[in-house]
Design a binder for this molecule. Structure first.
Ligand SMILES: [Zn+2]
Length: 277
């Protein structure tokens, strides 16, 4: 049985890019924080299924809740990095990206004593415009990146990038890219399977069929992701506009059940070790 990859982006319900227009960064510290109880709920689910995952931690969260990051690590999960301020990589200069990444690594090291080796960009914002980021990540000591979604989307994605993990060389050294799970419907039509909004919006059987196809037809692991706030249907709602609300709030009530079904039906593990060999 192929071991798939399960990953969690550890951030508050007010961090997603869909909310950037409604919630300013200066407001973050004044909003109710839910990331600790929400992430603990995720840890309980993983314990119940005896699954280890990769948790991509936002530096902002690590700085405020070091105990939470220590607890994730002590339960045997891999600690990765999800930037410090959740800014889109393609909106930054390489120097700004380097500074944000170093600040996040420092906050995570301070919280749990672990130097993260795997990176996930906010909203999959490593695109053709910001491929330079991979070199900065290698320079900062990262060996794995999971920030490229090989699909067409209004905000992210590199269509045609390649759907499976591979090592890329950069002037600062190699880095293994682990794209989010997709299925190939035709040569030109790649459909997302990876989790998050797609897992919430579409029926469970769609995701399960996608994972099965990646495992059986492609003989590859599927990389799935979700956020702790997606398992909490009662978190405060700030997203404005039809599309933003649809992407952020649809399917929250059924999300825990879908995650538990996936963990029960397929084999899952963290990103780093899952990619070796
Ligand atoms: Zn995020």
């Amino acid at each position: 049985m192929i071991r798939n990859i399960i990953s969690v982006d550890v951030e508050e319900y007010f961090h997603p890019t869909e909310l950037a227009k409604s919630v300013r960064q200066e407001q973050w510290d004044s909003l109710p924080s839910l990331v600790v109880p929400e992430t603990k709920r995720v840890l309980e689910i993983f314990d119940r299924h005896q699954v280890k995952a990769t948790f991509f931690v936002l530096g902002w969260v690590a700085e405020r809740y070091p105990g939470l990051i220590g607890e994730i690590a002590s339960r045997g999960h891999e600690i990765g990095c999800h930037s410090f301020l959740h800014r889109l990589v393609y909106d930054l200069t390489p120097a700004e990206f380097r500074e944000d990444t170093r600040r996040a690594v420092q906050a995570i090291e301070n919280a749990c004593g672990i130097t993260p080796k795997a990176y996930r960009a906010p909203s999959y914002s490593i695109t053709n415009k910001s491929l330079w980021a991979l070199e900065v990540l290698a320079e900062c000591g990262f060996t794995h990146d999971s920030s490229i979604y090989p699909i067409e989307h209004d905000r992210y994605g590199i269509p045609g990038f390649g759907r499976h993990s591979r090592t890329l060389s950069t002037p600062s050294g190699p880095i293994m890219e682990v794209p989010i799970a997709t299925v190939e419907l035709s040569r030109k039509n790649i459909a997302p399977v990876g989790g998050g909004a797609y897992l919430r919006l579409l029926p469970y059987r769609y995701t399960a069929a996608g994972v099965r196809r990646i495992n059986e037809t492609d003989q590859q692991p599927a990389c799935i992701y979700f956020h702790p706030w997606e398992l909490d249907p009662d978190h405060p709602r700030f997203a404005q506009g039809f599309i933003a609300r649809l992407r952020t709030y649809t399917g929250l009530r059924s999300m825990s059940r879908k995650i538990e079904r996936l963990l029960g039906e397929f084999e899952f593990g963290p990103l780093g070790p899952a990619c070796i060999g």
